[in-house]
Design a protein around this ligand. Structure first.
Ligand SMILES: NC(=O)c1ccc[n+]([C@@H]2O[C@H](COP(=O)([O-])OP(=O)(O)OC[C@H]3O[C@@H](n4cnc5c(N)ncnc54)[C@H](O)[C@@H]3O)[C@@H](O)[C@H]2O)c1
Length: 303
């Protein structure tokens, strides 16, 4: 079966592309290499197209048809304030993907974000009225609304996945947008105290990449359209992350608490997984300690 993974040079897309190929699919990666890393694709043996899905719909069309499209391509720097750039890349890119899916009769699974929740009280449920705090979160909300408009004309259910804080090997290229698990480990491996915002009690739902890949595979078989939370289902504080990292790295570095410069910072995110469990059959398996152990064992934690 032919499958397209957009954003396949990125963190999540490259894991997905390798997994789909390992399961026997004929996978094409489309990525404009604006933020991804070719190093993520060294083990991937399929076709890699250098394609900006927002700017080059003609090349996108030449790659098809595909039975399934996994759309991960996006600007993932959440501090980009250039509205035109963010909206064009994320929303118009998605519009091109949906146009192609209509023509090819493809299934579409695509990446939304927990950023659509903003500061809404946790645990976050899909029924909450979205309240993004930045244009990145708004672009994902606009994509959700676009998907809803196109849904009746698509051949198959379309599923958007609201990822929470994904972590695991292959995210180093994301720099300060890599997971805090990776960033703090990097500081600690350099012998520095881990810098976190005062008072370290902010909570995040950290979800391991293996669970996120699994959620995508389940979404590709969903009988229902919609947007679904993809998290671990529980939140951990940054202080707890530092504890786990000290354990696995055999260090004893206390947090270095710093002022928070962001006015759009989420203080507590946590996925309510009721709908994802019921409708997609999603059942995350990796807890924080186990996920950090596995990351360390991969040799890529903080590297
Ligand atoms: N990692 C997380 O914690 C997280 C959380 C919520 C949502 N998401 C979403 O998941 C998806 C994957 O994120 P990631 O963490 O792998 O980020 P990433 O930056 O590693 O991957 C995104 C990829 O998309 C590519 N890209 C960007 N614009 C493109 C375009 N117009 N055409 C083709 N390729 C383009 C980039 O080069 C990059 O390889 C994104 O849609 C992101 O918004 C991620």
């Amino acid at each position: 079966m032919r499958m397209l993974v957009t954003g396949g040079a990125g963190f999540i897309g490259s894991h997905l592309a390798r997994r789909l190929a390992a399961e026997g699919a004929q996978v094409v990666v489309a990525d404009d290499f604006s933020s991804g890393a070719w190093t993520n694709l060294v083990g991937f043996k399929g076709d890699v197209a250098t394609c900006d899905v927002a700017a080059d719909p003609a090349l996108l069309r030449r790659l098809g048809p595909f039975a399934v499209i996994f759309h991960e391509a996006s600007i993932t720097d959440t501090t980009v304030m250039d509205q035109r750039k963010m909206m064009h890349n994320n929303v118009e890119g998605f519009r091109n993907i949906l146009d192609a899916a209509l023509e090819w009769r493809s299934r579409v699974v695509w990446a939304s974000s927990a950023a659509t929740y903003g500061r809404l009280p946790a645990p976050n449920r899909e029924s909450q009225e979205p309240a993004p705090l930045n244009v990145y979160g708004y672009s994902k909300l606009a994509m959700e609304r676009l998907a809803e408009q196109v849904r009746p004309r698509l051949a198959w259910p379309i599923v958007g996945l609201r990822y929470f804080n994904v972590y695991g090997p292959g995210e180093d290229h994301k720099g300060r947008f890599a997971s805090m698990i990776h960033q703090l480990a990097k500081q600690m491996l350099a012998g520095r105290r881990p810098r976190i915002f005062i008072d370290g009690e902010q909570k995040r739902d950290f979800v391991h990449i293996d669970d996120v890949v699994e959620a995508n595979l389940l979404a590709a078989k969903s009988r229902e359209s919609g947007v679904f939370n993809v998290g671990s289902g529980s939140a951990a504080t940054f202080n707890r992350v530092v504890l786990e990292l000290n354990r696995v790295l055999h260090t004893s570095l206390p947090p270095d608490y710093i002022e928070n410069p962001y006015d759009f910072f989420q203080t507590w995110t946590e996925a309510d997984l009721t709908r994802s469990r019921e409708i997609l059959g999603y059942n995350p398996k990796v807890d924080l300690a186990g996920g950090i152990d596995a990351y360390f064992a991969s040799g890529k934690l903080g590297k």
